[in-house]
Ligand binder design. Structure first.
Ligand code: GLA
Length: 711
């Protein structure tokens, strides 16, 4: 239950011919951070401060940065909001009307500032949730009006933030299929830099919705002031960074307004997605840990539930399997010590069987040739062997060669007067149509009702929107991108109302759709189809800035030329799984992997919820080292990626330990016959953090996993 506390109403003194407003400060605070807004004598709301908490703030100047700048009046730069009123007037003025504070629990307070236009019945509610213990802020808006007809929204930011620093450095994450989350950093100079996507469904395929802005100098892991931000939106996003003539920076985050002028009807509420951000005075490490702590409780479904180790068949069998083959894989799942078998693409469709990616998407009936006894039989067989069963779906999509396409051509996003444009031989369904929502919900619901034993779903999305046109929206096509994402949330909400805790992996041909708008409905995500151990060090490194490790599903596969040990060590940094032909394993490989699964399960609490410290970045050296630390235990992962001739690697100083405690070291994931020079040694936490350990071998593509236990 939300405890509603109205903190204060503005004192309005009505004097003849003018309105005087008492100046007011609105402070939004977490344990260590503060965002301070001020209302000036004219009623305008300004951002006066964002940073580490001030011991007293009465003397803080209002400043010159309006908190949520409207267009069409005296704004000279990129606005937060711009609208066209019903009468054709393109201006907006937003003045303070009211402040509320809602305490949702002992940790979360939502501050709401109501802003109204003095000339039009138009209102914007600025909401800022403060997560006290995690030092995270979440801001979003509600826009509404009571004009006579629709108002067109052109810009509709979730958040606007202002900074005054000497210099600014932007870090962003971009990529493509199989090369997600590549980190780049550059200085922001005068003008606008936009990070955005126009892809719709597989929105984050090229540009991911995450960034850091470092103030004055590029921040390191442990040094420098910065904000870290992301938009909780599973669709087109847009971040604008504008440096003005006085070297101030405004950061505007929200849904992309590309092809999305939105007609807002009187009385309708337009809610923008949340921009989630934190501030750190001491580098990126703190910012990441804030995000990890927040996500474990608020950002991801069931963050406190232990994730299962699974065996997937995609890399090993592709579309080519039958009941007998699968039964063998169930046995392998059990033998490995994994908990669950995940059946991937290829199990469905009969008129146009799904034997490759050209046919069958949309026809979600078991393929009678491959699975004559149906999913029920597979669930029963798996359960009989004491493992769980999971299954792949891609319910928002359709192949032109499918019965669904033949039956419902009007359920598909495609231009009525142009050729169909395919990506992976498929099209996107018009999820905005309630009938399509019923269908997509039904794909899951029918399967889960018929087979209540299904314990895991992989929800894929293998294409973006092109030639976007919704038969359902008719003459309101500019609502397409926004309404698609909202419709997706409708379906996911419905699914979660009925299946609250079923583990579901979020996948989009790899990491094309990973964000905190979707993750409250999902338990983990598939970061990339690229499972080459070397590449994965980089990809997982990228995700680690914003996501806790247990959300990142990593599978040991046969991609990459590294040893099984290297690939296992890499996969173990997140949620461990396998997708490899285990029948080809030697006895030694079986033993190694069985022990790795056991150790992973034993160390799950610290790997999943320990504090992450990135110690040596692969962007700076030819190696990567990171560790997870909890009170009594830490686990360190070290990878030599490449070693130059004559190169010797320095000792690595650990972090996050108790300087007063003694720690015993134990190397795990050792290949048969190998011994460790570090195992059994005991060092003080102080020594480990000030002097460090030789954890990086000079051997190319070698790795080490070190268990560090307080005595
Ligand atoms: C996508 C996924 C893969 C696999 C295939 C199946 O590419 O990312 O993991 O499920 O689809 O077609």
């Amino acid at each position: 239950m939300i405890k509603h506390v109205v903190i204060a109403f503005l004192v309005l003194l009505c004097l003849p011919g003018s309105v005087l407003r008492a100046q007011k400060k609105i402070s939004v605070e977490t344990e260590h951070l503060q965002l301070l807004l001020s209302v000036n004598e004219k009623g305008k709301v300004f951002q006066s401060y964002l940073g580490e908490k001030l011991s007293q703030y009465n003397s803080v100047e209002t400043g010159r940065h309006e908190a949520y700048v409207p267009a069409g009046t005296n704004n000279l730069f990129e606005p937060a909001i711009s609208v066209m009123h019903t009468d054709g007037n393109p201006s907006l003025e937003l003045l303070f009307a009211e402040e509320k504070k809602d305490k949702t629990d002992d940790n979360v307070t939502v501050t709401t500032v109501s802003l109204k236009d003095p000339k039009y019945p138009f209102e914007v509610l600025l909401h800022i949730a403060a997560y006290y213990r995690e030092d995270i802020f979440k801001s979003w808006t509600e826009i509404k009006h009571q004009e006579k007809g629709p108002v067109t929204l052109y810009n509709f930011a979730s958040s606007m933030l202002h900074f005054d620093a000497h210099k600014y450095w932007l870090t962003n994450f971009h990529g493509d299929w199989a090369e997600e989350m590549k980190m780049q950093e550059h200085e922001l100079t005068s003008g606008i830099k936009i990070l955005d996507t126009k892809l719709g469904t597989r929105a984050a395929m090229y540009q991911a919705p995450f960034f850091f802005v470092s103030l004055d100098e590029p921040a390191t892991e442990t040094h420098g002031a910065l904000i870290a931000g992301t938009l909780a939106w599973t669709g087109n996003f847009r971040f604008a960074f504008e440096v003005d003539e006085q070297n101030s920076l405004r950061v505007i985050a929200g849904m992309n307004n590309y092809a999305s002028q939105y007609k807002l009807l009187p009385g309708q509420v337009f809610e923008t997605p949340a921009f989630i951000f934190t501030y750190s005075a001491d580098g990126k490490g703190t910012a990441s840990r804030n995000f990890h702590h927040w996500a474990s409780t608020y950002g991801v479904l069931d963050g406190d539930t232990q994730r299962t180790v699974l065996l997937n068949n995609w890399e090993a069998t592709g579309f080519d399997f039958n009941e007998e083959k699968l039964a063998g894989l169930f046995d392998n799942t059990k033998k490995l010590g994994a908990d669950l078998f995940l059946l991937d693409d290829g199990w469905f469709a009969n008129k146009y069987p799904r034997n490759d990616d050209h046919t069958g998407l949309g026809d979600w009936q078991e393929n009678k040739t491959k699975l004559p006894n149906g999913i029920g039989h597979l669930v029963k067989t798996a359960t009989g062997k004491n493992i769980k069963f999971g299954i792949w779906v891609e319910p928002e999509m359709v192949n032109p060669k499918s019965e669904l396409y033949e039956k419902h051509p009007d359920w598909i996003l495609k231009l009525p007067n142009r050729e169909e444009d395919y990506f992976r031989n498929q099209l996107v369904l018009d999820l905005i149509n309630p009938k399509v929502q019923d269908f997509v919900f039904g794909v899951l619901d029918n399967m889960l009702t018929a087979n209540p034993g299904i314990a895991y779903i992989k929800w894929d999305c293998n294409r973006m929107i092109t030639n976007g046109w919704s038969p359902y929206l008719k003459d309101n096509q500019s609502a397409l991108y926004i309404e698609y994402t909202r419709s997706l949330y409708q379906v996911l909400k419905r699914l979660r109302a009925k299946y609250a805790h079923l583990p579901i992996m979020l996948c989009s041909g790899g990491g094309g759709r990973i964000d905190y708008g979707a993750l409250p409905y999902f338990t983990e995500f598939w970061p990339s189809d690229d499972t080459d151990g070397f590449e994965r060090v980089m990809i997982q490194w990228g995700y680690s800035y914003f996501f806790p490790s247990f959300t990142v599903a990593n599978h040991v596969t046969s991609w990459g030329k590294q040893s099984l040990k290297f690939r296992t060590d890499v996969a173990m940094m997140g949620r461990l799984g396998y997708d490899i032909n285990l029948d080809k394993f030697s006895d030694a490989e079986w033993q190694f992997s069985q022990q790795a699964v056991k150790d992973y399960k034993r160390l799950y609490p610290v790997i999943s919820h320990g504090d992450l410290y990135r110690l040596i970045s692969p962007y700076q050296e030819n190696r990567a080292v990171l560790m997870y630390a909890s009170k009594e235990k830490a686990v360190l992962f070290s990878y030599t990626l490449h070693s130059r001739y004559g190169e010797s690697f320095e000792l690595v100083k650990l972090q996050g330990l108790d300087p007063k405690k003694q720690y015993q070291l134990q190397e795990i994931n050792l290949e048969k016959g190998r011994s460790s020079s570090l195992s059994g040694k005991v060092y003080g936490g102080d020594y480990l953090m000030k002097v460090g350990l030789p954890v990086t071998s000079r051997n190319e593509l070698s790795s080490m996993v070190l268990e560090i236990t307080a005595q």
